[in-house]
Design a protein around this ligand. Structure first.
Ligand SMILES: [Zn+2]
Length: 305
C-alpha cells in the first residue's frame, strides 16, 4: 500500500494551508510528514485513550480499506493510545486484539472533537467515544486517497513491513549503509519510505538545504563528511519541525526552503530556486547547495548536478 503518491487535480483549499502565490502552486495541501504526524500523535495520545468507543463509522467506501473485522468490532473497546510509524498513525486497542491504522495521504486531516464541538459535515471516517467526543477524518479532495484499516496486530505488522527505519532514529553509520544500498538522487532517496521512513517532499527540501547538499547528488557519491552532515541535518530538521508543529506553527513559519521560491536563503541571502523533478517541485539554494549551478528540469532536458 501507500507509497507516497503525487498530488492529483481538484484539491481544494484547506484552512491550514498557506498561500504560496510566489510558486504558482496556489494553496495546494501536501502530505504531512514525520514532524507533523508526530505532533498529532502526541496531541491525540491522551484523548483517544480516555474513553471506550461507542460508535465506529460511518466510513467512506474508498477510505475504509478493510472489511473484516468490521468497524463495529471496535465498539466497547478502548484505545491504548496513539502510536506512529512513518507517516501513519496507529491506534491499538488496550486488549491487544485490534489496531486502527490511519494514513492521511495528501489531503486527509484527523480531528479530535470534544463533546459538543461542531465537526465537519462529511467526514470520511468517524469514531464516537463514551461520551461523546469524536475522532473524525476528513478529506477535502475529489479523489479519496486517505485510508483507514482495521487490523489484527499481526496484519498491522505485515502492512508496515516494507517500511525502512524511522528517519529520526538513524545515526551516520546506519545512514551510510542505507545510502550505499542504492545510488539515486538524494531528494528521491530520502523520500523512499522503504529505505528511510517519515520524510516527504517538504522535509527533504529542508534537510538537504541544511546539509548543504544538492537534491540531485547521487546517494552513492557522498563522502563520509557529507554523510555526517546529512545525518545531522535529518535529526536537526525533524526536531525543529516537531517543536514548531507542537506549537501549532503554520507551513509558512515552519518551512525555510519548501515553497519559498525567490525568498532569500536564510543562510546566505541568495534567492531560493525551484526545479521540477519527476512529478513534483524541489526547492533549493543555488549558493548553499549546488555551487551556484541552476538545476535543470529533469522532465525537459538532461539534468545537471
Ligand atoms: Zn543559501
Amino acid at each position: 500500500m501507500t507509497r507516497e503518491r503525487r498530488c492529483g487535480e481538484g484539491w481544494k483549499t484547506l484552512d491550514e494551508d498557506v498561500k504560496v502565490a510566489a510558486t504558482g502552486l496556489g494553496t495546494v495541501p501536501h502530505m504531512p510528514e514525520l514532524p507533523e504526524m508526530e505532533a498529532w500523535r502526541r496531541q491525540l495520545d491522551a484523548p483517544v485513550s480516555a474513553f471506550a468507543i461507542a460508535k465506529a463509522g460511518p466510513a467512506h467506501i474508498a477510505t475504509l480499506k478493510t472489511f473484516d473485522p468490521p468497524p463495529a468490532a471496535l465498539v466497547g473497546r478502548r484505545f491504548r493510545g496513539a502510536e506512529r510509524r512513518a507517516k501513519r498513525l496507529l491506534f491499538p486497542t488496550d486488549d491487544g486484539e485490534l489496531v486502527l491504522l490511519v494514513h492521511l495521504m495528501t489531503a486527509g486531516r484527523l480531528k479530535y472533537l470534544a463533546p459538543g464541538e461542531k465537526g465537519p459535515a462529511k467526514p470520511v471516517f468517524a469514531l464516537e467515544f463514551f461520551c461523546c467526543a469524536k475522532l473524525v477524518l476528513t478529506e477535502n479532495a475529489k479523489k479519496k486517497r486517505a485510508g483507514v484499516w482495521l487490523l489484527t496486530p499481526d496484519d498491522a505488522q505485515a502492512e508496515l513491513g516494507h517500511l525502512g527505519p524511522e528517519a529520526d532514529t538513524l545515526d551516520a553509520a546506519q545512514l551510510a549503509e542505507i545510502l550505499r544500498s542504492d545510488s539515486r538522487r538524494l531528494h528521491a532517496f530520502l523520500r523512499d519510505q522503504r529505505l528511510i521512513a517519515g520524510i516527504g517532499r517538504a522535509w527533504a527540501n529542508e534537510i538537504l538545504h541544511t546539509a548543504k547538499l544538492s537534491p540531485y547528488a547521487l546517494s552513492g557519491d557522498l563522502d563520509e563528511e557529507e554523510i555526517e552532515r546529512l545525518a545531522a541535518a535529518i535529526h536537526s530538521e525533524l526536531e525543529r519541525g516537531l517543536a514548531l508543529r507542537e506549537k501549532g506553527a503554520s507551513d509558512e513559519k515552519t518551512y525555510r526552503v519548501h515553497r519559498k521560491l525567490g525568498e532569500p536563503c536564510h543562510v546566505c541571502g541568495t534567492p531560493l530556486a525551484q526545479v521540477d523533478f519527476e512529478e513534483h517541485t524541489i526547492f533549493y539554494c543555488p549558493t548553499c547547495q549546488t555551487g551556484g549551478r541552476v538545476l535543470k528540469d529533469r522532465r525537459m532536458s538532461r539534468l545537471l548536478r
